[in-house]
Design a protein around this ligand. Structure first.
Ligand code: HEC
Ligand code: HEC
Length: 192
């Protein structure tokens, strides 16, 4: 027979444990409020041209925040915001967003998905079969917003952003192909 007194004490213990500060969820970084206006607390961008950050690799996110801070990656919105961040802010924010769920945007033109899938064969070597890269310094593309992906590809082509591996990739890509690749990756589900 179950000792109901013991059971209620166990339940109380569990409730205290779950409710205890900082025991279950990681604490929100101090700088999170600044980001939430555009990326949401959980990393879902409020505009399709803003990156989705939920489920992204933490080392990749930290690298990008440093690149925005130094100006190596150029964006008129993110440069002044990143300029205010300390190294600790960057570490905490990258960790926070990487722990949020990855939400699949699926916001591209559905008629372009098949073309994007065919073109993505070339991308798999680095970004993985389902948009999950082999290195955590590289970005997850699965579920990322389609217009954001197309913008970044154009940014690599025009020089707003530089990485030796991507510079080579975009050399022969034109805008319609970038839209198709965005449409494809935006509807890839994590673990697909
Ligand atoms: C006013 C809106 C706005 C705010 C506030 C904002 N961002 Fe952004 N963020 C953007 C936009 C727009 C982009 C896309 C930049 C581009 O196209 O290169 C972006 C891109 C990013 C990226 C690049 C993601 C990737 O996949 O490469 C990271 C990381 C990021 N933001 C983190 C943050 C963090 C952390 C904060 C808070 C300290 C923040 N952002 C606040 C608008 C904002
Ligand atoms: C040889 C390896 C390699 C190949 C092939 C490659 N990428 Fe990349 N990609 C990278 C790396 C590394 C980065 C991170 C760049 C940085 O740090 O700025 C990146 C970044 C990106 C980004 C930025 C994502 C973000 O969150 O801002 C997009 C979009 C992208 N790649 C799309 C593609 C597409 C589409 C293809 C195929 C047409 C492709 N890549 C092929 C290595 C590769």
């Amino acid at each position: 027979m179950v000792n109901s007194n013991l059971l209620s004490r166990l339940c109380l213990g569990l409730a205290l444990f779950v409710g205890g500060p900082g025991l279950v969820a990681a604490e929100e970084p101090a700088a999170l409020a600044t980001c939430a206006a555009c990326h949401g607390k959980n990393g879902v961008g409020i505009d399709p041209s803003y990156a989705n950050l939920g489920g992204q690799n933490a080392p990749y996110l930290a690298l990008q925040l440093r690149a925005f801070r130094s100006g190596a990656r150029n964006n008129p919105i993110m440069n002044p915001i990143a300029a205010q961040l300390s190294d600790d802010d960057i570490t905490e924010l990258a960790q926070w967003f990487s722990e949020q769920p990855l939400v699949t945007s699926a916001n591209g033109d559905p008629s372009l998905v098949e073309e994007g899938r065919n073109r993505a064969g070339y991308c798999h070597a680095c970004h993985g079969m389902q948009g999950h890269p082999v290195a955590t310094e590289w970005p997850v593309l699965a579920g990322q917003s389609a217009p954001y992906i197309a913008n970044q590809l154009m940014g690599f082509k025009r020089g707003a952003r530089y990485h030796p591996l991507m510079a080579n990739v975009v050399k022969n890509l034109e805008a319609p192909a970038m839209d198709a690749l965005g449409a494809y990756y935006a509807q890839v589900v994590r673990g697909d």
